[in-house]
Write a protein that binds this ligand. Structure first.
Ligand code: FEJ
Length: 388
């Protein structure tokens, strides 16, 4: 594998050719200044980068510990970090002349980001989404359809992201010559974890410069939530060689790690193969992938990107968790105290980050990745509050 024992390309023979073609195109693109110039122009003029590194003054003063900075990926066009990746992959699709785009989505953010770029480039777009997630993220389903995408509810299995990803891979096998599969996170067969990480690394590249400009030094800690792992590796990647920077990935501990109802493969899983890559995942003794639970659709996934599995084995990143209740409390805290309504996924990072800040000194600082905005989650929070 490309990340220690993790990663690799465990797919059917029919996909090998497409993946080899993608790897060749990616290596060409990676070496091409024109490609990166076009990528950066889109991120600047269409997405609205750079996103702010916002100093959360009120929360910092109330908690009385480290200075708290939010990396504002919620301010991207479409409301989350997902668009950084879909822009990059859409450029690759254009390079290989494919006019049909497919994607999987759980929280719907990746689906919206894919439908958005397909609308802009005039590409046909099909998004596969677990039937339960279609229900949970109704607003995003409507948005995808408004953007011209076809949303296909997937009712097999657990009717969430894992099944949507299976369905998308089946479509890709059947239509590989006409279709480009935009994977929404740093999972999947090589080279996907690598290229999604390279597109998302813009987050940490900006944050490093912004933090140095604002404080004259590096942050003492980074915190990001981990579903498939793309916003997290995006923030972490440019800091991995700064040994003095502590790094925390926050998984969905759902109803608690002492219950089967969570999505925490790095804290409580085992190594296996899922969606074409070897990584940590939630599986039973026979290797059967287990069901997961999280209040946030975006973290409700039994696997994780192989680079995170590698960083766990190397002990460079500490993988911790936040329960549904802790995420909900953090959702409300940052809304009330900073006027920012975070995505439920990002609320997991905020929950852990605020606890961590309280244990640190005022001359220290942390960066929490605000991966997305919470408008899509108001329905879920209303239900949790019994107000629905
Ligand atoms: C606002 C927000 N923050 C974090 C995540 C977790 O995905 P990663 O950043 O890839 O770990 C997500 C994940 N959303 C995906 C989606 O919208 O489809 C997710 O469900 C899958 C692509 C993994 C998200 O929407």
């Amino acid at each position: 594998g490309h990340f220690g024992v993790h990663g690799g390309r465990f797919v059917s023979e029919t996909l090998m050719k497409a993946l080899e073609e993608l790897e060749a195109i990616y290596q060409t693109a990676k070496a091409s200044p024109e490609f990166w110039n076009e990528f950066m122009a889109d991120l600047t003029d269409y997405v609205g980068r750079p996103t702010p590194l916002y100093f959360a003054k009120r929360l910092t003063e109330e908690i009385g510990g480290a200075k708290i900075f939010f990396k504002r990926e919620d301010l991207n066009h479409t409301g989350a970090h997902k668009v950084n990746n879909t822009i990059g992959q859409a450029l690759l699709a254009k390079m290989v002349g494919k006019k049909r785009i497919i994607a999987e989505t759980g929280a719907g953010q990746h689906g919206v980001a894919t439908a958005t770029i397909a609308a802009r480039l005039g590409l046909e777009c099909v998004v596969y989404m677990g039937a339960d997630d279609v229900e949970r993220q109704k607003m995003n389903v409507y948005r995808m359809r408004l953007l011209g995408a076809k949303v296909v509810p997937v009712s097999s299995g657990s009717r969430t992201l894992k099944d949507a990803m299976n369905e998308a891979m089946r479509d890709w096998v059947a239509n590989v010559d006409s279709t480009y599969y935009i994977i929404g996170t740093v999972a999947g067969p090589h080279p996907y974890p690598l290229l999604v990480r390279d597109f998302q690394a813009i987050i940490g590249r900006e944050a490093r410069i912004q933090h140095l400009e604002k404080t004259g030094k590096l942050p003492d800690a980074l915190v990001a939530c981990v579903g498939g792992g793309s916003n997290a590796i995006g923030l972490f990647y440019d800091f991995l060689n700064d040994a003095e920077v502590a790094i925390y990935g926050v998984e969905a501990n759902g109803l608690g790690l002492d219950t089967p109802h969570h999505a925490a493969p790095l804290q409580a899983g085992r190594v296996g193969v899922l969606h074409g890559n070897r990584t940590y995942l939630m599986a039973d003794d026979d290797g059967q992938v287990l069901g997961t639970h999280s209040i946030s659709a975006g973290l409700d996934y039994p696997g994780v990107g192989p680079e995170h599995s590698f960083l766990k084995d190397m002990k460079r990143v500490q993988y911790v968790g936040a329960t549904d209740q802790e995420a909900l409390a953090a959702f409300k805290e940052v809304t009330k105290k900073e006027g920012i309504i975070p995505a439920l996924e990002s609320s997991h990072a905020v929950a852990y980050g605020l606890k961590l800040a309280a244990t640190m000194k005022p001359e220290q600082s942390i960066i929490i990745n605000m991966s997305g905005r919470g408008d899509k989650d108001l329905h879920t929070v209303m239900q949790a509050d019994g107000m629905d």
